[in-house]
Design a protein around this ligand. Structure first.
Ligand code: ATP
Ligand code: MG
Length: 224
């Protein structure tokens, strides 16, 4: 599903990734950990094509992104859901519209849109909040809306960059449990986090970055 070969990412005067080699199979759940500045967000940006590698190859599915014309980037992005620490919801839109707008341009009927939004709201346990605005929700609820939005298009891959970074332990646990359920539906999930307790609780594959390099990659691992 994801392959990185000898990936180097050099920002102007900062080497953010150095000789990163990585293979993630379809259906895996992977935690990406490492101290601040280790390169976690940069690695994820390689995958959702926010940044391009300076050297090396990145494959998403069987597509080598090096040969991908800019015009095809939106199509590839539609194959992945992305979740951020700060939710990035549209403040003046309802929960329903925040999710529905992702699939409104796909030419499906409004009935089908309704059914899909309802379906993902059920997955994240917010079926009663469709009419609420983001400001009327707790942080944990807002993050669950952003997960619903990320999966409404049925993507094979979900990328979450510190999804629990702004949440307390209880809400963090709820969000991680939803991500695990999403994974159990067959979606490959990659989660960056600083949350030792979550990583130690879930015992998934753990990849550790340090100064732009992968220094550890273990199955059913712990944070350190
Ligand atoms: N656009 C940019 N231009 C220059 N340097 C950058 C840019 N983005 C990130 N960096 C640098 O690259 C390094 C890796 O940053 P990155 O955001 O990937 O780290 P991170 O592991 O996600 O950290 P955090 O845990 O704080 O989110 C850092 O030293 C950062 O300052
Ligand atoms: Mg980051």
């Amino acid at each position: 599903m994801i392959v990185l070969k000898d990936v180097i990412k050099q920002y102007k005067n900062k080497l953010a990734l150095y000789n990163v080699n990585l293979r993630i199979k379809a259906g895996e759940f992977v935690f990406l950990v490492g101290s601040s500045g280790a390169g976690k967000s940069t690695l994820m940006k390689m995958l959702y094509l926010e940044e391009r590698p300076t050297r090396g190859q990145v494959y998403i599915g069987n597509i080598n992104i090096e040969n991908l014309p800019a015009s095809k980037i939106p199509t590839l992005r539609r194959c992945m859901g992305i979740v951020f620490q700060d939710y990035k919801l549209l403040p003046n839109h309802t929960v329903y519209d925040n999710i529905a707008y992702v699939i409104r341009t796909l030419g499906i009927s409004s009935k089908e849109i309704q059914a899909r939004v309802k379906g993902v709201l059920n997955v994240v346990g917010l079926q009663d909040k469709a009419k609420a605005r983001p400001s009327e929700l707790s942080g944990g609820e807002q993050q669950r809306v952003s997960i619903a939005r990320a999966i409404v298009n049925g993507p094979p891959l979900l990328i979450a960059d510190e999804p629990t970074g702004n949440l307390d332990p209880k809400n963090s646990m709820e969000v991680m449990e939803i991500l695990e359920q999403v994974n159990q539906r067959g979606i490959t999930v990659l989660v960056s986090t600083h949350d030792h307790a979550m990583v130690n609780y879930f015992r998934k594959r753990v990849i550790t970055l340090d100064k732009g390099q992968i220094i550890r990659d273990v199955q059913a691992g712990t944070y350190d």
